[in-house]
Design a protein around this ligand. Structure first.
Ligand code: SF4
Ligand code: SF4
Length: 61
């Protein structure tokens, strides 16, 4: 299964990943993006592209 990883130290809380993920994988909690729905990820990589902080990585099998 694909792992979606947010580096909380790098996350700037912009919310772009929440707005752009078609599978609602992310949620904001205390101004940080957290992964709440990893099993729905369809590996589109939109989150990686929109995260200017470079906080998101995908680990695909
Ligand atoms: S796009 Fe990146 S910086 Fe913005 S909330 Fe998501 S993980 Fe954080
Ligand atoms: S790769 Fe696509 S579906 Fe998966 S978490 Fe990122 S934006 Fe959402």
């Amino acid at each position: 299964m694909t792992q979606v990883i947010v580096d909380a130290d790098k996350c700037e809380g912009c919310g772009e990943c929440v707005d752009n993920c078609p599978a609602d994988v992310f949620e904001m909690q205390d101004d940080k993006a957290v992964v709440v729905n990893e099993e729905e990820c369809m590996e589109c990589e939109s989150c990686v592209e929109v995260c200017e902080a470079g906080a998101i990585t995908l680990e695909m099998d």
